[in-house]
Design a protein around this ligand. Structure first.
Ligand SMILES: Nc1nc2c(c(=O)[nH]1)N[C@H]1C(S)=C(S)[C@@H](COP(=O)(O)O)O[C@H]1N2
Ligand SMILES: [Mo]
Length: 384
C-alpha cells in the first residue's frame, strides 16, 4: 500500500491527545442548517481527510458530514481536470462527429437541443476516490439531461470497420511518449458496442441548469456505469475509428494493477479503468436526542443489501431507498442502538445482486495501484 495509506493507519493508532486535538478542530466544522433546525447533531469523524495536495486538478471534494440530500448541488459537486478548466464560448462551439462515418456531422448546441431530450440520475465517481487519504470525496450524484448518443451515431452512419468511438475534450496538455513531447487533447476511447448503450448521454444540463464550467460546459459525455474518467467533459469531437485509441487516460495513467492467481501462478494484470465497481461508505453519525443513527451511501452496481458494522460486532442490515434509480447511489441509514461513550469504528459493506461483496482493505491488497479502490471504508467516531 502507498505511504498516504500508512499514514492514516498510523494516525488511527495514535493515542487520545492527538485524537482530542482533532476532535476540537472537527467541532468547528459546519453543521448543515437543515439538521440543526431539527435538533439533530452531526458527530464529526475522528479521522479526517488530509489537505488536497493538487488543488489545481481536483476541487470541491464531497463533505461527507454535510451529506443531507440525494442530489449533490452543482456548487458542491467535485471536479477533476487534468489539463485545467477550459472556458468555452458556447456560441462559437461545435461538436464534430467524424472518422469512419458515412455522414460527418457538425452540430451547434441549438442543433443538439433540437434532438429529443433525455434525463437520467447518475452518481459519478472518480476511480481515484478513496485511493489516498486526502481524496475520499471524489463523488457526487446529479440529474443529467441531454441527447442520447446512440441515435446521433446512427444518423452519422458508422461504417462497417468502425469499432471504437473516441471522445475528445477541448482541454489539452503536453505529454512525453517514448521521448517525444507532443500536445494531446484529453480523450477516451470506448468500444462501439458500449458507446451505443441507450443510456449514454451527450449532456448539456446538470440538475436543471446548464453544465457548470468545471463539469464540462457546454457539453459532456455521461456514460452511466463507468468510472468518472470515461465521462469526457468539454466535448468537441467524437471520432469513429477501427482500433482502440491508446493514450495517457486509456493506457498509461488510468491503469489498475492487480495480482491474480491463474492456474496456480501469480500473474500481474494491467487493466484500463472502465466500469464502476460496487462500493459503499458511511457518511456520518447523527445524534438526535439520546439516539444515534449512521447514514451513508452505496453505489456502483445493482445492490442486494447494505450492512453496517460497529467495532467488532455483527454485520447489521441498514435501511436503504430502493426507489432510487439504477445508476444513482442509494442513501442508507442504520439506527445505532445503545451507543456507549468512547471511541468506535464504523464501517459499511454492500452486497451486489450478483452476490459479490464489497472487499475489505485486506482483500484488496492484491491491487497494487490506487485506482478503483472499492474497499470498505472504516471510520472512527467519539461518543461523548
Ligand atoms: N475533458 C476532460 N474530461 C474529463 C476529465 C478531464 O480532465 N478532462 N477528467 C475526468 C475524470 S478523471 C473524472 S473523475 C470526471 C469527473 O467529472 P466531474 O469533474 O464533472 O466531477 O471527469 C472526467 N472527464
Ligand atoms: Mo477521475
Amino acid at each position: 500500500m502507498n505511504g498516504l495509506k500508512i499514514s492514516r493507519r498510523e494516525l488511527l493508532k495514535q493515542g487520545g491527545a492527538a485524537l482530542a486535538g482533532l476532535a476540537i478542530l472537527n467541532n468547528a466544522r459546519r453543521v448543515p442548517t437543515a439538521l440543526a433546525q431539527s435538533g439533530d447533531e452531526v458527530i464529526p469523524w475522528l479521522d479526517q481527510p488530509e489537505p488536497n495536495p493538487v488543488p489545481d486538478a481536483v476541487g470541491n471534494l464531497l463533505d461527507w458530514e454535510a451529506l443531507d440530500s440525494w442530489i449533490t448541488p452543482n456548487d458542491q459537486f467535485f471536479y477533476v481536470s487534468h489539463y485545467g478548466l477550459p472556458e468555452i464560448d458556447a456560441n462559437q462551439w461545435r461538436l464534430e462527429i467524424t472518422g469512419l462515418v458515412e455522414h460527418p456531422m457538425s452540430l451547434s448546441l441549438a442543433d443538439l437541443q433540437a434532438w429529443p431530450r433525455q434525463e437520467l440520475t447518475f452518481t459519478i465517481e472518480c476511480s481515484g476516490n478513496h485511493g489516498f487519504d486526502w481524496n475520499f470525496g471524489l463523488i457526487g450524484n446529479a440529474r443529467w439531461a441531454g441527447v442520447a448518443l446512440a441515435p446521433l451515431l446512427q444518423e452519422a452512419g458508422v461504417m462497417d470497420d468502425g469499432r471504437e468511438v473516441v471522445f475528445y475534450g477541448a482541454d489539452s496538455g503536453e505529454e512525453t511518449v517514448r521521448e517525444q513531447t507532443i500536445s494531446q487533447k484529453f480523450a477516451r476511447s470506448m468500444a462501439l458496442e458500449d458507446a451505443l448503450s441507450p443510456n449514454n448521454l451527450l449532456c448539456y444540463e446538470m440538475n436543471g441548469e446548464p453544465l457548470p464550467q468545471p463539469n464540462g460546459f457546454p457539453l459532456r459525455l455521461i456514460a452511466p456505469g463507468w468510472y468518472g474518467v470515461a465521462n469526457v467533459k468539454w466535448l468537441e469531437r467524437i471520432e469513429v475509428r477501427s482500433s482502440r485509441m491508446m493514450s495517457r487516460f486509456m493506457a498509461r495513467d488510468y491503469v489498475t494493477l492487480r495480482q491474480e492467481e491463474i492456474d496456480g501462478e501469480q500473474v500481474w494484470t494491467e487493466s484500463s479503468v472502465g466500469r464502476s465497481l460496487l462500493k459503499s461508505a458511511p457518511a456520518r453519525v447523527v445524534r438526535s436526542g439520546d439516539s444515534y443513527r449512521i447514514e451513508g451511501t452505496a453505489w456502483g452496481a445493482p445492490i442486494e443489501r447494505v450492512e453496517v458494522q460497529i467495532d467488532d460486532g455483527p454485520w447489521q442490515p441498514a435501511t436503504w431507498d430502493k426507489q432510487n434509480t439504477k445508476y444513482s447511489w442509494k442513501l442508507f441509514t442504520y439506527d445505532w442502538k445503545g451507543a456507549t461513550p468512547g471511541e468506535h469504528t464504523i464501517v459499511s459493506r454492500v452486497t451486489g445482486m450478483d452476490g459479490q461483496v464489497q472487499p475489505t482493505e485486506k482483500e484488496l491488497e492484491t491491487k497494487k495501484s490506487f485506482l478503483e479502490h472499492n474497499a470498505q471504508h472504516v471510520r472512527r467516531v467519539m461518543i461523548a
